[in-house]
Design a protein around this ligand. Structure first.
Ligand code: SAM
Length: 240
């Protein structure tokens, strides 16, 4: 384990106002080791170098902590979590989070269970399914303080997949690349129909990264109409 990379991770976490200790740093490193191990026989990520994983997966996921939306006891669902981003880094940075990880690929869910065990979390809810179906399940619909997603779909589609999970007054925290403003323009209809309001657009600084990442914070103000999310595949075929 490189001291330089550990320092990079520790300084990055501090910069995002995360109180980090050795347990937290160990959890991140164990997560990386399991990721790299499973990645040899599963398609989880193109990024395996320690420094790159720390920056592009871990620090990118938790940069939003600086803005105060993720402190305290919160229920959070990560929609299309893949190899666990951003949900698992959220939980490592704040173990009080009650975390649900949702993905439509069961192999990825099994990988996530290994990581959860490996880093000592026994209270994560792992859900194999499509957001379109789980979003209509009464145990999950409008039950979360926060829904989040990174790299799952364009914003109009993503809003339909994620907003149904959020309680009124809760937030959808959407991690986007440099095209966030353009996607926002295209999402105006979805924003209106789904009863959310953009409350912040935050540009995130990452060590070594030239591209700006953007985090969009939506607040849910109204109940989601019952017809949303529509049946699997519909949101992407015919976006709002
Ligand atoms: N969020 C992770 C990240 O940032 O590294 C993974 C991104 S990966 C490109 C997209 C993930 O979303 C895949 O694991 C895929 O199985 C999942 N996914 C796509 N559509 C979905 C849906 N409708 N319901 C649940 N999961 C979905």
């Amino acid at each position: 384990m490189s001291e330089e990379n550990i320092k990079l991770l520790r300084d990055g976490l501090k910069n995002y106002k995360i109180d980090c200790d050795d347990i937290m740093l160990d959890r991140f490193e164990t997560y990386r080791e399991i990721l790299v191990d499973f990645n040899q026989h599963m398609n989880l990520t193109g990024i395996t170098d320690q420094r790159e994983v720390y920056i592009k997966h871990f620090l990118d996921s938790v940069a939003i902590f600086k803005h105060g939306y993720l402190t305290g006891d919160l229920s959070v669902i990560d929609v299309g979590t893949g190899a666990g981003f951003p949900g698992l880094p959220f939980k490592i940075a704040n173990p009080d989070i009650e975390l649900t990880l949702l993905d439509s690929l069961n192999k990825r869910i099994n990988f996530l269970k290994e990581v959860g065990r490996g880093i000592g979390f026994d209270d994560i809810d792992y859900v194999h399914g499509r957001a379109e179906e789980i979003g209509q399940n009464k145990d999950y619909r409008q039950k979360f303080d926060i829904a989040t997603a990174r790299a799952v779909a364009n914003l109009p589609v993503l809003l339909e997949l994620c907003v149904p999970f959020v309680k009124i007054g809760g937030f959808f925290i959407c991690l986007k690349g440099p095209n966030a403003v353009k996607e926002l323009e295209e999402a105006q209809n979805a924003i209106k129909i789904l009863g959310v309001k953009l409350v912040e657009l935050i540009e995130v600084d990452l060590p070594d990264e030239e591209l700006k990442h953007t985090v969009l914070i939506f607040k849910k103000e109204k109940n989601t109409p019952i017809k949303y999310p529509r049946k699997a595949g519909k949101p992407s075929k015919n976006p709002l």
